[in-house]
Design a protein around this ligand. Structure first.
Ligand SMILES: Cc1cc2nc3c(=O)[nH]c(=O)nc-3n(C[C@H](O)[C@H](O)[C@H](O)COP(=O)(O)OP(=O)(O)OC[C@H]3O[C@@H](n4cnc5c(N)ncnc54)[C@H](O)[C@@H]3O)c2cc1C
Length: 175
């Protein structure tokens, strides 16, 4: 059945994956009153449906680290606001390096994380193997442990953002 659409809006967001729903949520929460999101199929039916849901804060710049760190805060708060559990499990993560260049890159990214107050520390190979005994430690030079990383359910998180967007006044139309 064809649904009627408003003749105009302050902003039209095309696509109801995690990005579109996040933009709708944040604009509506910031006070934009005339936000509409149009999804050609169903929310999460695009790439979002396929994501493993890993939530990593080890990024390459100040801006992306700040975004990733904010993402974890949002994952911790969105259920209280919307009643929708995003399936966040704060298991921590370990990123490993098998060459010196990668190790230097990981350490640089860990410095960015620390600047934003995100706990990140170097782990020698034997400590990683102790934490993750299934790892083949051959050639592993060390890694970075991020205790506040984890995983979420991308579908549930997107639905939580969509619900929050609606609660703040956004309109979402599927199909
Ligand atoms: C196998 C796999 C594993 C992944 N694992 C992770 C992970 O662990 N962690 C992580 O952070 N990221 C992961 N990703 C990446 C993540 O899934 C994507 O970055 C994210 O889902 C992209 O979201 P999106 O909203 O931009 O796009 P999409 O989810 O693709 O949403 C776009 C939406 O737009 C709609 N659309 C398109 N054209 C139109 C139109 N003309 N009109 C209306 N609607 C339209 C589509 O139907 C779709 O629903 C993974 C990706 C894959 C494929």
């Amino acid at each position: 059945m064809t649904q009627s659409l408003p003749s105009h809006a302050q902003v039209v967001i095309i696509g109801g994956g995690i990005h579109g729903c996040s933009v709708a949520y944040h604009l509506a929460k910031a006070g934009w009153k005339d936000v509409i999101l149009l999804e050609r199929k169903a929310l999460t039916s695009g790439t979002t449906w396929h994501a493993a849901g890993l939530v990593g804060q080890l990024q390459g710049s100040h801006a992306t680290t700040a975004f990733a760190s904010y993402g974890v805060e949002l994952l911790q708060e969105i259920e209280a606001e919307t009643g929708q559990n995003p399936g966040f499990r704060q298991s921590g993560s370990i990123s490993i390096a098998v060459n010196e260049e990668r190790l230097a890159e990981l350490k640089r990214k860990a410095d960015f994380a620390s600047l934003f107050g995100v706990e990140a520390h170097y782990m020698p190979t034997d400590a990683i193997a102790e934490r993750w005994p299934l790892m083949n430690a051959d050639g592993v030079l060390g890694g970075i442990h991020m205790p506040s990383d984890g995983s979420a359910n991308p579908i549930d998180l997107t639905q939580a953002l969509a619900k929050g967007a609606r609660m703040h006044g956004a309109t979402i139309r599927e199909r």
